[in-house]
Design a protein around this ligand. Structure first.
Ligand code: HXC
Length: 264
């Protein structure tokens, strides 16, 4: 049971990119459980429809927008529609991400651009397109980073570059937007059970890899959703520009983690 009141987010609106699956959908569910209206933004219309149905079954007011976060004009349209439907946007989660395992020397320029486009440009597009509709003061923005932002990782150069860029962007934007009462934080999740990201990366890791982590297991979607909730509560009102490493300690391992990844 959540330690927070069920009506914690009542009447508030959350705009969540990548919201049709994985960590972001888990966050959308937690926010709906606490009374929020949610706008989920993702590419695949079928996955969006299924996610929407699940959220509505919990009693949530849901808008679903089929948009590629790399397409700024479509993002701007989705943000405007969300504001027209629900009013000011209280919470934004920039969660859309791409990933595959590939050596930098064999990757096409378009492959690199795809991941940087979805992750880094997508994060900018999400925050920039919603900015004029944010509740000011009071809006809380969040990114989903990854340990690759701080751990150099073979076969993940594109993801490392994108996630490091996201974390640098968060720190800079947090300074600029603090003045209008908007704070920005993030979660860096490590491996999370039940996500496509872990499924893809598992191909490059030993099955027992999770047991070698300081917290010897992968995380759950509930743990991610609970942290996201904490990042939008008054508990963290004085926190901005910070990325929470909710990663079982994988970001402490640096090169050790990289070697494990390279072995398989
Ligand atoms: C090399 C690849 C590739 C692969 C795609 N490309 N997959 N290159 N190895 N396995 C190349 C394509 O050939 C193409 O380049 C370019 O990438 C763009 O591909 P498209 O098919 O046009 O698709 P696009 O829609 O642009 O995006 C592709 C994608 C995306 C980035 C792979 O579909 C995706 O990532 N989906 C998975 C979503 C996901 O898992 N999200 C969670 C992320 S986890 P060319 O030159 O041929 O045109 C995460 C952190 C995980 O962020 C941390 C866990 C510990």
């Amino acid at each position: 049971m959540s330690i927070f009141r069920a009506d914690l987010l009542k009447g508030q609106t959350a705009f969540i990119t990548g919201g049709s699956s994985g960590i972001n959908l888990g966050i959308a569910h937690r926010f709906v459980e606490h009374g929020a209206n949610v706008v989920i933004v993702a590419r695949n219309p079928e996955k969006l429809a299924a996610a929407r149905a699940g959220l509505e079954a919990k009693g949530g007011r849901v808008m679903a927008c089929s948009v590629d976060v790399r397409d700024y004009e479509s993002m701007a349209k989705a943000a405007a529609e969300a504001a027209a439907e629900f009013g000011a946007i209280d919470i934004v989660v920039a969660g859309a991400a791409g990933n595959f395992i590939a050596p930098a020397a064999a990757m096409s320029a378009n492959a690199f651009a795809a991941v940087v486009g979805i992750d880094l440009q997508g994060t900018f597009n999400t925050f920039r397109s919603t900015f004029e509709y944010l509740r000011k003061p009071g809006a809380r923005l969040m990114v989903i980073s990854a340990p690759q932002a701080v751990n150099p990782t073979p076969l993940q150069a594109h993801v490392c570059a994108a996630k490091a860029g996201i974390e640098a962007f968060v720190r800079s934007a947090a300074i600029e937007w603090g003045a209008v009462g908007v704070r920005i934080n993030g979660i860096s999740p490590g491996g999370v059970l039940g996500t496509e990201g872990l499924e893809r990366l598992s191909a490059g890791l030993d099955e027992k890899f999770s047991q070698s982590l300081p917290v010897p297991r992968y995380a759950t979607l509930d743990e991610m959703a609970d942290m996201a909730l904490i990042l939008v509560t008054p508990v963290t009102d004085y926190m901005t520009g910070h990325i929470v490493a909710l990663d079982g300690g994988i970001s402490l391992l640096g090169g050790t983690y990289a070697q494990a990844f390279q072995k398989k």
